[in-house]
Design a protein around this ligand. Sequence first.
Ligand SMILES: [Mg+2]
Length: 210
Amino acid sequence: MEAVLFDLDRTLVDLQTYTDYGAAWEDTEAMIGSWDDLPTPETDWDAPTQRCMSILVALSGDPRWSRVSEAIAVHEMAAVAASHAMPRLAEALELAQGIPRAVVTLVAEAPARAVLARHGVDIPVLVPRRPDLRPKPAADQLREACRLLRAAPSRTVMIGDSTWDAGAAAGAGCGFVGVAATEDGAARFGRGVITGGDLVVALELAGRLV
Ligand SMILES: [Mg+2]
């Protein structure tokens, strides 16, 4: 394995549980109106989270994107102080020492950097949501991370908790290992996707994948 890419939310830390995406959704709709038929795939996220992330995906390339992203980021930043580390984070970071690594996330840059700092995650290469990259489940953010790490996608593994992470990895030509604490959680990825019960197990599986 040349490099490992980590999703942020509910992979390294849990920010989502404390982020008021319901309020973010209301703020967003106040700006751009309601959007009935968002052209993005389903996830197992709650409706407000799915709605906010889907709006960002659907607005990719649209001039309104940055304003909407900033409105959502206010709520993400407000959740940083309450966020918690996912199980075995410290051990996984220790295990990943020496492997080129990046965080690839749909969270905006400022709250992503703040939550990484709060939990002592020393991974300087961060590819947050950005107006110039189509967000996950598109492959752009993963390709950008591989470019920054000078790693071949085929020798790089993405570790994440959502089907959007898996889809983005497939699109970028990276390997993928899901993090899923339960059998139900693992089942959401479908057959053929390798999953580990926590970050350490996922990282060990990733090392054997490519
Ligand atoms: Mg996630």
